[in-house]
Design a protein around this ligand. Structure first.
Ligand code: HEC
Ligand code: CU
Length: 336
């Protein structure tokens, strides 16, 4: 059979027409059990209303089939925290389905993880699960953020202000960008104070503070060597498997603003109230604390354009993202 352009077009029409019909609520009864509640959700850019509906009530133990229809442009559909649901990209006019049973009460967020408009990151909705055997979860405080507040650290301090308040001792992270790859051998050779190998210590101190400690233990060493060793120590503790997952989370959720390699040059960077900092700038990152980066990811910025991810990622995923940022800063391939 030969398909001329006309026949092809009719065929395409036939393929396309049923989609809106399905969107009007026609179901596929043969594949769906009687006990399953179907919830249709339109996914549109935030300017056109975002997710509709953007809030869903579910009873614990109930099985729901969520059907996400990409109405305008392609959207990436994911649900968190901790569910591991990423349905991938839904092309315009297509649908992504997921069957879910929540055992206990809780609050979850469905969100778009594909850059779809300048307001893309506002594309979120809430699943409120009620009932179940446990008492409904109380709003949880985050001990990391509480500790920062208790310490009097302003998570929302402007990046540059925080930057400028750092001392610039002889031990600044040096002329050549520090490299974890070069630092691996040096860390064997140098006197490394025990604190510097402790994840808990690293997370509450800047690489700059680590440099000062390392310099005190190795007064005769070159700043570049110390910087490389610090770069290595900051990258070394992370779990390779977590880093891989974090790389995917980063690409899907962060790269649009921060850039694929963290250079602050993502496609959305120019549209933000404040430019994203470069994670590849060693001087900038040397003055950052892991727990402050963590807090920023979970809480977002105040009017800066940095979204809050605390309702989307688990705390472990957030730490893995922080590790990924250190990797972007300090583990660039060595050119020599
Ligand atoms: C819509 C754009 C946008 C997206 C998406 C985005 N960011 Fe940001 N981010 C910003 C902007 C703008 C800033 C600077 C202003 C601020 O710190 O609040 C920032 C700041 C940060 C900071 C603070 C950096 C510093 O040195 O203080 C961290 C950490 C961060 N982002 C991590 C992430 C991670 C991880 C993701 C993905 C899960 C992400 N961001 C997604 C725009 C974005
Ligand atoms: Cu989007």
């Amino acid at each position: 059979m030969k398909l001329g352009p006309f026949r092809l077009r009719t065929l395409l029409l036939w393929l396309l027409v049923p989609v809106p019909a399905v969107m009007m609520g026609l179901q596929r009864p043969q594949t769906i059990n009687a006990g399953v509640r179907i919830i249709d959700i339109i996914a549109a850019v935030p300017e056109a209303g975002g997710f509709q509906p953007d809030s869903i009530d579910v009873r614990a133990g109930e099985t729901v089939l969520l059907r996400f229809y990409a109405a305008d442009v392609a959207h990436g559909i994911a649900i968190g925290p901790g569910l591991g649901v990423d349905l991938g990209d839904a092309a315009p006019g297509t649908r992504k389905d997921v069957l879910l049973t929540f055992e206990e009460a809780g609050t979850f967020t469905f969100y778009c993880n594909k850059w779809c408009s300048t307001n893309h990151w506002r594309m979120r909705g809430v699943i409120a699960v009620t009932g179940g055997s446990q008492a409904p979860p109380a709003p949880q405080r985050d001990p990391v953020i509480d500790a920062l507040l208790a310490e009097g650290i302003d998570i929302d301090a402007m990046v540059d202000a925080a930057h400028g308040s750092q001392p610039a001792p002889a031990a600044t992270l040096a002329t050549t960008p520090p490299s974890a790859a070069r630092g691996a051998l040096l860390a064997e050779r140098l006197q490394v104070p025990a604190d510097l190998r402790e994840k808990a210590w690293q997370r509450t101190h800047t690489p700059q503070a680590g440099m000062a400690l390392l310099l005190a233990a190795n007064p005769a060493s070159q700043p570049q060597e110390l910087a490389d060793a610090i770069a290595y120590l900051w990258v070394a503790g992370s779990e390779p498997a977590n880093l891989q997952d974090a790389g995917t989370l980063y690409t899907k959720n962060c790269a649009a603003c921060h850039g694929d390699n963290g250079g602050g040059d993502g496609i959305g960077a120019g549209t933000l109230p404040q430019p994203p900092p470069s994670f590849q700038d060693p001087a900038h990152m040397a003055a950052r604390r892991g727990d402050v980066l963590y807090a920023k990811i979970r809480r977002g910025g105040m009017g800066t354009g940095m979204p809050n991810f605390g309702t989307v990622f688990t705390t472990d995923e957030t730490w893995a993202l922080v590790d990924h940022l250190w990797k972007l800063a300090f583990d660039a391939p060595v050119h020599q």
